[in-house]
Design a binder for this molecule. Structure first.
Ligand SMILES: NC(=O)c1ccc[n+]([C@@H]2O[C@H](COP(=O)([O-])OP(=O)(O)OC[C@H]3O[C@@H](n4cnc5c(N)ncnc54)[C@H](O)[C@@H]3O)[C@@H](O)[C@H]2O)c1
Length: 271
């Protein structure tokens, strides 16, 4: 439909074809955008991002999202490569060091917790602050970060990622104010259904997480492809006054209290 015709953007976090960011990158280019892709240097070595870059004719610029130097380099190079300031950016980054090391929530290592917050949430503040510093985004631009409902409700196995997401959503709201007032840029978070990806399936009991949400939601879990379409709509000019929101893309899960389908499903697990 050409919804992003002439727009330029940066997509963080495409690791392999399961990544939500991978689908968003594909959909943005299909809608007419030019993009650069970025990921942590280690992910460039082990992931498949080069494959995506070749397919979409997108330059790949490595950046550890916790490094201000890397982020400034990324923004500067993206402006050079794409020939101007950005119109949109997707932050699609999450990683918990305590979850990876299987530490229970009541016995977390604080050094790792701080790293988790840095990668999963403070990186967003760093990206936004660098964007302001380098004046790297156009008026009426749009910034999105991906989040999860564990920021508002308790999902025990999500561990310290819950607090990471709460912090991320709060940073997005605050920058929604500052960038909105300064430059008419909108900033939102999308709270996505459980999705089978490397980050998602790293959470203990992910299958039960996924199936429970799928049964509870009247529309079922939202697939990554549909999340990509939603991102495109929020990058497009059709949503110019949507800002400072945490937008649920979850098939209705967030507003459900009870669904008898869940009872049937749980009974099936017992039998
Ligand atoms: N999968 C789910 O169930 C689900 C649900 C809701 C929200 N989300 C969120 O969606 C986003 C994308 O995750 P995904 O599910 O597509 O998994 P994914 O594993 O494909 O993506 C996570 C990305 O974060 C990148 N990353 C990690 N550390 C980094 C660093 N220091 N610098 C730069 N990049 C770094 C990884 O390389 C990877 O590409 C995350 O924020 C995640 O929390 C996922």
């Amino acid at each position: 439909m050409g919804l992003l015709e002439g727009k330029k953007g940066i997509i963080f976090g495409a690791l392999d074809e399961k990544s939500i960011a991978w689908k968003v990158a594909e959909q943005c280019v299909a809608e007419g955008a030019s993009i650069t892709l970025t990921n942590a240097p280690i992910a460039l070595r082990f992931g498949k991002i080069q494959e995506l870059g070749d397919k979409l004719n997108a330059e790949i610029i490595p950046a550890d999202a916790t490094s201000l130097e890397d982020l400034e380099n990324l923004l500067t190079k993206s402006m050079e490569t794409l020939g101007g300031k950005m119109d949109f950016m997707l932050h699609s980054i999450g990683m918990s060091f305590n979850v990876r090391k299987k530490r229970p929530y009541t016995n977390l290592k604080y050094e790792w917790m701080q790293k988790t917050f840095d990668v999963s949430a403070i990186s967003f503040h760093k990206l936004m602050q660098s964007t302001v510093k380098l004046d790297a985004i156009n008026e009426w631009g749009s910034v999105l970060a991906l989040t999860y409902i564990a920021a508002q409700r308790t999902f025990p196995d999500y561990s310290e990622m819950a607090e990471s997401k709460a912090l991320l959503e709060s940073f997005a709201r605050s920058f929604g104010f500052h960038l909105g007032a300064q430059k008419k840029v909108r900033v939102n978070t999308i709270s996505q259904s459980p999705t089978w990806t490397t980050a998602g399936s790293g959470v203990q009991g992910f299958k039960e997480f996924f199936d429970y949400a799928d049964q509870m939601s009247p529309l079922g879990n939202a697939p990554a492809e549909d999340c990509a379409n939603y991102c495109v709509s929020l990058f497009s000019d059709y949503t110019r006054y949507v800002t400072m929101q945490n937008l649920f893309h979850d098939g209705g899960f967030s507003n459900m209290g009870m669904n008898t389908a869940v009872l049937e499903w749980a009974k099936g697990l017992k039998d």
